[in-house]
Design a protein around this ligand. Structure first.
Ligand code: SF4
Length: 495
């Protein structure tokens, strides 16, 4: 396993010096392109992969065609990500054969799962290396071994432990204002529909001092927002405490330490499993303004019978208690959730339990999915009792209800002057800026109609606004219109 610092440094040095037959190409510097699918944990792994590759000396390429090394960071949680990835990969066969030095690597959730591993090796033999999800410490080794072999074969490092321990590695952040920081890897929960524990291994918490140092460095480098990541952040430290480190800190402690940074604007976190959301954490969420006024709390189903089948280990009553506690600790907190429709055995009564809890909570946002079996999970073999048409009809009812609640929630913001952290110009209109509020709403806003003789929008100090506002700006926006999934408004000033 190359996840201790010495091994990682060994492979980095070997690549840099061209030692022991490392012979990717005479061309220097090599360039790389990473295509990422799936969740923010994968986004963060890709940022670390990019940081490592640049530390070695590679440069980012603007597209696959211009790159020497292409890496796919894959997701196996949803079927459409699988399909898109295999489509992308198939298209690269000719590209790979055109230049001898080119390399293709596959990492993320798919290579470590038996069915995908076999499929990758048998159907795409032109791949160069395979890595487990999150095992960025082995990336230099994979690159080195695939670059120094005389005859092509796939370097498969998925036999390495999935519990990597996550040392601190170089990171190239996608956004200058937002730092994604993984606090743990893996998952112990084995929800019966979910492939993550098989793909990412068991929970392994990172050293709290490393996390604090990374968070401090990110803020010192200009990050206004930190997002702490884990499959279940609420169980941070449980693995260490079970192993005897009784004073290993809790997630609430970690949140509180980072929330106290005086120059941090927003602290976000995801994902919170309802069974592990502690009173201690709710108290911290209520205490610090820096902590986002939002929680993502996946419900999955409102039926206790189905929650049991899903192995979620909470009841709908417990979930409602948590919502009450959160709302009294942090009045106005927005709550988003995930809901699955058509889980095997779901009856109309189960589905109506879900609608009922949605009516009670009135989620501000929800990610809703029709169940799709993931091979290798217990639920994949379970009988479906409803027809496809019934499931589709339920899904549409659920979506209608959620859209109504989302719009009502956004309508309550109209007329308010809210803080927004800007992420840049809108993709569709270069006169509209986009950003997120503290309670995680998407806000699109325009500049007010204050122009100089050259037609430029002005700040109160007479500077052109368009040059003052960019990715990472903190502004206030007066909300003028609510849509189902976003707010619209007008800039009123810098925060
Ligand atoms: S908590 Fe459940 S749904 Fe979430 S990653 Fe773990 S097994 Fe999957």
């Amino acid at each position: 396993m190359a996840t201790n610092k010495k091994d990682i440094e060994f492979y980095i040095d070997a690549i840099r010096s061209g030692a022991d037959g490392f012979q990717l190409t005479e061309k220097q510097p090599l360039s790389y392109f990473i295509r990422t699918f799936g969740c923010q944990q994968n986004d963060n792994d890709s940022e670390i992969a990019a940081g490592l590759l640049e530390f070695i000396g590679l440069k980012a390429a603007p597209c696959i065609e211009d790159a020497d090394i292409v890496i796919f960071n894959t997701c196996s949680v949803r079927e459409n990500a699988d399909r898109r990835f295999y489509g992308n990969l198939g298209n690269l066969k000719t590209w790979r054969s055109e230049e001898k030095h080119r390399r293709i690597g596959v990492m993320g959730c798919m290579p470590g799962l038996d069915t995908h591993n076999t499929m990758l090796k048998e159907s795409f033999p032109f791949i160069d290396f395979l890595l487990n999800a999150g095992d960025m410490g082995n990336l230099p080794r994979a690159l080195y071994e695939s670059g120094s072999q005389k005859k092509h074969s796939i370097v498969d490092l998925t036999d390495q432990a999935k519990e990597t321990g996550n040392p601190s590695l170089p990171v190239k952040r996608e956004s200058k204002h937002r730092a994604l920081i993984s606090i743990m890897s893996g998952c112990n929960n084995f929800c019966s529909y979910c492939i993550v524990p098989y793909a990412r291994g068991r929970e392994t918490s990172r050293d709290p001092l490393l996390i604090l140092a990374e968070a401090r460095a990110a803020v010192d480098n200009g990050a206004k927002e930190i997002m702490l990541l884990g499959q279940n952040v609420n169980s941070y430290g449980n693995d260490k405490r079970r192993q005897g480190e009784s004073d290993f800190p809790s997630f609430a402690w970690l949140m509180e330490e980072i929330a106290k940074f005086p120059d941090l604007s927003i602290l976000r976190y995801m994902t919170s499993h309802p069974k592990d959301l502690s009173d201690e954490l709710i108290e911290v969420i209520g205490k610090y303004e820096t902590i986002e006024s939002h929680v993502h709390l996946p419900l999955q189903s409102g039926s206790n019978r189905l929650l049991k089948q899903m192995n979620r280990r909470y009841t709908s009553e417990h979930y409602l208690e948590l919502v009450d506690k959160l709302r009294s600790a942090r009045p106005g907190i927005s709550i988003s959730t995930d809901i699955i429709v058509g889980f095997p055995g779901e009856t109309e009564e189960d589905f109506e339990d879900t609608l009922r809890i949605m009516e009670t909570v009135k989620f501000d946002r929800a990610f809703t999915f029709i169940y799709s079996p993931r091979s290798g999970t217990p639920a994949a073999g379970w009988e479906q009792s409803a027809s496809d048409a019934e499931i589709q009809e339920r899904f549409e009812r659920l979506l209608d209800l959620q859209n109504k609640h989302s719009l009502e929630s956004n309508e309550r913001c109209v007329g308010e002057n809210i803080y927004v952290l800007v992420s840049g110009l809108s993709k569709n209109d270069d006169k509209i800026f986009s950003g997120r509020s503290k309670d995680d709403r998407l806000v699109n806003f325009s500049l007010p109609d204050m122009t100089d003789s050259a037609g430029q929008d002005l700040t109160s100090r007479g500077e052109p606004l368009s040059s003052t506002i960019s990715d990472g700006s903190e502004v206030f926006v007066r909300i003028t219109k609510a849509k189902t999934h976003s707010l619209e408004g007008v800039f009123t000033g810098l925060a």
